[in-house]
Ligand binder design. Structure first.
Ligand SMILES: NC(=O)c1ccc[n+]([C@@H]2O[C@H](COP(=O)([O-])OP(=O)(O)OC[C@H]3O[C@@H](n4cnc5c(N)ncnc54)[C@H](O)[C@@H]3O)[C@@H](O)[C@H]2O)c1
Length: 324
């Protein structure tokens, strides 16, 4: 059974942490954000204000959203965590992706928080369960919640159970995230790449392979997916698509395709080649799809606007489905 969560500590107020704290505070949870220095907390507050302004401009938030964040969000320094630790029902860890730093922090948390406090790591891929094995007093309350950037807009959160994580912990975290309007996807076993990055690896390994073999150009390969799956995936994912088509056809097609797929497990050679040539993507000015404009900020701005547009579209589809 899910436990009630009221008081949340978010440790690490960087790119991800500040917006994660914002989401909890906006949804009425008493949220404390912690970081190493006051100036990091001040910057985090500025980023939260900018996020809220951006949401208001897009009609994704009204005044009450900002007021809820203001009323429910406070800050402390990391050095103050021990004296406040007993208050928290949940601690979300959003610090650097560094084993030693995470290990040291979990020792402080495990030693000072209540025995029933849940710990959720936002690690992108680290096996925090092994990293903290020697210090966690209650490993059944440790779980991964992997948010996507920007956390206040991206609804999916991968929730990953460790070998000892209890069902109650997973249920509590799922219920909390759903109450915040998110779409948690629970993975019952820690697997590299979780769900989203595993699938990205499968798709891109094959696309890079097809380009490397000279079978297709990068742009045509990109378009083939953009104008089929790209069009549909906001309302019908790959599993529903196969259900829609009727499983006999795609399963038969797959049996012919599978023996010809790339099965390399060591590297993606064309990716390695591009890296060696400095063509690592948008920020380098050139990547797999060729040259990019030098104004990276403008590129990011345009991209963010499109994410917001699709976010609104998906909300509309969800509302339609719920009304049925
Ligand atoms: N940036 C992304 O797109 C993204 C997406 C998903 C997951 N993540 C994961 O989220 C976590 C944070 O990433 P981020 O991009 O917000 O990083 P970031 O560098 O922007 O922020 C990290 C913050 O943690 C703070 N911090 C607090 N206590 C710390 C401690 N004890 N040791 C070290 N740093 C401490 C730092 O001062 C900094 O403000 C990482 O585990 C990362 O892998 C990042």
């Amino acid at each position: 059974m899910a436990k009630e969560i009221k008081n949340i500590l978010v440790v690490g107020a960087g790119v991800m942490g500040c917006a994660i704290a914002q989401v909890f505070a906006a949804n009425g949870y008493h949220t404390v954000m912690a970081d190493l220095k006051e100036e990091f907390l001040e910057n985090a507050q500025k980023r939260i204000n900018a996020n809220i302004e951006g949401m208001k401009e897009e009609n994704l938030a009204d005044d009450s959203y900002g007021k809820a964040v203001e009323a429910n969000l406070s800050t402390i320094l990391n050095s103050q965590i021990p004296e406040h630790a007993q208050r928290f029902d949940l601690v979300v860890e959003v610090i650097f992706e560094n084993k030693e730093a995470k290990h040291d922090l979990y020792k402080i948390l495990s030693d000072n928080c209540r025995p029933d406090c849940i710990f959720a790591s936002n690690t992108s891929g680290m096996d925090v369960f092994s990293v903290t094995e020697d210090i966690m007093k209650h490993p059944e309350r440790l779980i991964i919640t992997h948010w996507f950037n920007p956390p206040h807009l991206m609804k999916i959160i991968e929730v990953v159970k460790g070998p000892k994580t209890s069902d109650e912990t997973a249920e509590t975290v799922r219920a909390l995230l759903e109450a915040c309007g998110k779409k948690p996807a629970v993975l019952n076993k820690f697997m590299p790449g979780f769900i989203v990055n595993r699938m990205a690896t499968v798709i891109c390994r094959e696309l890079y392979y097809m380009v490397e073999q000279g079978w297709v150009s990068p742009r045509d390969a990109e378009n083939a997916l953009k104008y089929t799956d790209g069009l549909r995936w906001s309302f019908e994912g790959p599993l529903e698509l196969w259900d829609f088509v009727g499983l006999e056809i795609p399963i038969a097609v797959a049996s012919g395709v599978m023996p010809t797929l790339c099965s390399r497990t060591d590297s993606i050679p064309l990716g390695e080649k591009l890296i060696a040539e400095g063509k690592t993507g948008v920020r380098a000015g050139e990547g797999m799809l060729g040259k990019y404009p030098s104004d990276v900020d403008a590129y990011i701005k345009k991209r963010n606007k499109r994410i917001v547009a699709m976010y609104k579209m998906m909300n509309q589809f969800e509302a339609e489905d719920e009304a049925e």
